[in-house]
Design a protein around this ligand. Structure first.
Ligand code: NDP
Ligand code: MG
Length: 392
């Protein structure tokens, strides 16, 4: 029996992971499940899967969690330290699917103990790519990508010589605003931004997909995971979300990965790797799809991609600052304090200020440095939000 833990079990990726595991109940022993505010969901999953421990990120909800788990035999715990400790518990396979920089510590602690990490939390690589990869290497831990584009690249690279890779192209749907007149973007609401045309995902990544901040994070993620120079990594808009990524080789060949927009494919690939097992996803009917189209992303509409290029050029702590500023800007947009286009403005202001103040290019080798810059970037972003909100 394989032992598994799921961080972010109450989320979209967490739910899809549980769906796959629950289909083969005799094959898995569940160690830890973690959640945040959704205590009922966490307790229900922990009972159904007979987890060893359930952890909520919120200490104020511990009593509720205890009550919801009464008589089940599942241990209850709460708070970020308890989440980190849950990552220290031995498990053969660990899903990292907390949203945001809060996912970094459990990702790090999992690979530090040599565990196999299925990584959906792209922020781990954006904030601390060199640290995460070095920690995994030192401990002999494997990291399997779960982000659909990165899973696609990983699959296209199987059996290939890494030295023959010329470029990696990841696709972006372009989100719900791809066709909107640019003037109208300033008025876009959170409800409109969250309505992704192809994928069903958590609220935050859905809005990041509309602004292409998600693709910006993924460009950085590609660089950190596959170790390619930034100029060899491209993003192309592909509204149908059928081709997830392509790898270009030195002989001119492009190997593409196609699949339905269903995260259970990438999760299942990471769960069963190196084997391929049958998965409950739709099979593509290419003739019914008819056509697949590609276009260059519009740099005016999507400034996040330009910011990602700057982050990749600086590296060091720039990724952690970028992500933290983006999280604060996203919160402010969701709270309707700033407009859709203001998010990129806030992030750019923070990157400019921090590179003048601190020299973001110093190596992000320690968790302390990453957490310190994350904290500072959040403060600076809150100031930039207040300025923008005052101008509205
Ligand atoms: P959701 O918002 O659906 O779920 C997030 C999970 O994290 C929930 O379990 C939530 O708990 C928990 N959580 C939220 N805040 C904290 C915190 N501060 N500390 C600990 N746990 C917390 O997100 P998704 O499932 O959509 O995304 C998860 C990750 O996977 C993200 O990094 C995302 O970028 C990535 N990803 C997602 C894809 C998708 O299709 N959804 C595709 C590719 C990558 P609760 O809900 O109980 O509050
Ligand atoms: Mg993705």
């Amino acid at each position: 029996m394989r032992s598994v833990s799921i961080f972010g079990a109450t989320g979209s990726i967490g739910g899809n992971t549980i769906d796959l595991i629950a289909r083969a109940p005799g094959e898995y022993r569940v160690v830890a499940l973690t959640g945040g505010a959704n205590i009922a969901g966490l307790a229900a999953a922990a009972r159904a899967l007979r987890a060893e421990v359930a952890v909520t990120a919120d200490p104020a909800r511990l009593d509720d969690l205890r009550a919801a788990l009464a008589g089940s035999g599942v241990e209850a715990a709460a708070g970020p330290a308890a989440i980190a400790e849950a990552a220290d518990r031995p498990a053969d396979w660990t899903m990292s699917a907390i949203v945001g920089a809060a996912g970094l510590v459990p990702s790090l602690r999992t690979v530090a103990r040599g565990g196999t990490l299925a990584l959906a939390n792209k922020e781990s690589l954006v904030c601390a790519g060199p640290l995460l990869m070095a920690t995994a290497r030192a401990a002999g831990a494997r990291i399997l990508p779960v982000d659909s584009e990165h899973s696609a690249v990983f699959q296209a690279l199987a059996g290939e010589d890494a030295a023959a890779v010329e470029r990696i192209i990841i696709t972006a749907s372009g989100g719900p605003f791809r066709d909107w007149p640019i003037e109208r973007l300033a008025t876009a609401t959170p409800e409109q931004a969250v309505a992704h045309p192809n994928w069903s995902m958590g609220q935050r990544i859905s809005i990041d997909s509309a602004s292409l901040f998600n693709k910006a994070l993924e460009l950085i993620e590609t660089r950190e995971y596959f170790g390619l120079e930034p100029e060899r990594i491209e993003a192309v808009v592909h509204p149908q979300s059928i081709v997830h990524a392509l790898v270009g080789f030195s002989d001119g060949a492009l190997m593409a990965h196609l699949g339905p927009p269903d995260m259970r494919h990438a999760i299942g690939y990471a769960l069963h790797w190196p084997a391929r097992r049958e998965l409950p996803v739709q099979r593509l009917d290419l003739a019914a799809l008819g056509r697949l189209t590609f276009e260059a992303p519009d740099p005016v509409r999507f400034p996040a991609l330009r910011l990602a290029r700057a982050v990749m050029a600086t590296r060091g702590l720039a990724g952690a600052a970028f992500n933290a500023a983006k999280e604060v800007a996203l919160d402010a947009f969701i709270a309707r304090r700033i407009g859709f286009l203001d998010m990129a403005g806030v992030v750019e202001t923070v990157l400019d200020r921090l590179s003048a103040e601190t020299g973001l290019q110093i190596a992000a080798e320690s968790l302390e440095n990453v957490l310190a810059i994350d904290h500072l970037a959040r403060r600076r972003a809150a100031e930039a939000v207040a300025t923008k909100a005052g101008q509205r």
